[in-house]
Design a protein around this ligand. Structure first.
Ligand code: URA
Length: 210
């Protein structure tokens, strides 16, 4: 993974994303699509994982079979919408370790403030994949990655469903070493920080809140 931004243009990803964008898509269908799309995105974001070989025996003979090398990777969800991407990813990578970062925006300073932080140990030895469906301003993702770097993470990738150019710029400025994988790069943010055309509030749509 060398590019700073990878847009996954696979037809299945694009089709599912269009269904998710539609305002009349129900919570149940939105959730199911998110689970499906998260697995397709997980496939892309885990490209180039380090491999080793293991001597195994097939029913016919011995062989050196490729297996993942190193410590289990860590999936870090930015609460709460990140959790919508986790379930599907864990089906694909069941042995991944999981962490959570909770941030809220201070109404006066508009800066992200941490309210929860629980991550797996040995982050310095793991590939860390940070998940949040919407990369909007990029402030909370940048702040979450700051915290993860402070906790020792050095090999970090960021996975989202939709990105705004503003968010990609913020990430590029603050974390040029963190590649971003997304299903689409949308046009811009509106004046209250929603991605346009977007899909609305991802958390509300996946959890059925308003
Ligand atoms: N968060 C969302 O859920 N949606 C947006 O459009 C931007 C941030």
């Amino acid at each position: 993974m060398t590019d700073h931004l990878t847009i996954v243009s696979h037809p299945l990803v694009q089709h599912k994303l269009s269904l998710m964008r539609e305002k009349d898509t129900s919570t149940a269908v939105f959730r199911q699509l998110l689970r499906e799309i998260s697995q397709l995105l997980a496939y892309e974001v885990t490209d180039n994982l380090p491999m080793a070989t293991k001597r195994i025996e097939t029913p016919l003979m011995e062989m050196d079979a490729p297996v993942l090398a190193g410590r289990k990777l860590a999936l870090i969800s930015i609460l709460r919408a990140g959790n919508g991407l986790l379930d599907g990813m864990l089906e694909l990578i069941p042995s991944a370790r999981v962490g959570f970062v909770g941030l809220y925006r201070d109404e006066e300073t508009l800066q992200p403030v941490q309210y929860y932080f629980k991550v797996p140990d040995h982050l310095e030895d793991r590939l860390v994949i940070v998940v949040d469906p919407m990369l909007a301003t990029g402030n909370s993702s940048s702040a979450a990655i700051d915290l993860l770097k402070k906790a020792g993470a050095t090999d970090i990738r960021f996975l989202c469903l939709l990105a705004a150019p503003e968010g990609v710029e913020t990430m590029k400025k603050n974390h040029p070493d963190v590649p971003i994988v997304t299903a689409a790069l949308d046009d811009r943010l509106n004046d209250v920080g929603y991605i346009l055309p977007g899909l609305g509030d991802a958390g509300d749509r996946m959890f059925g809140t308003k």
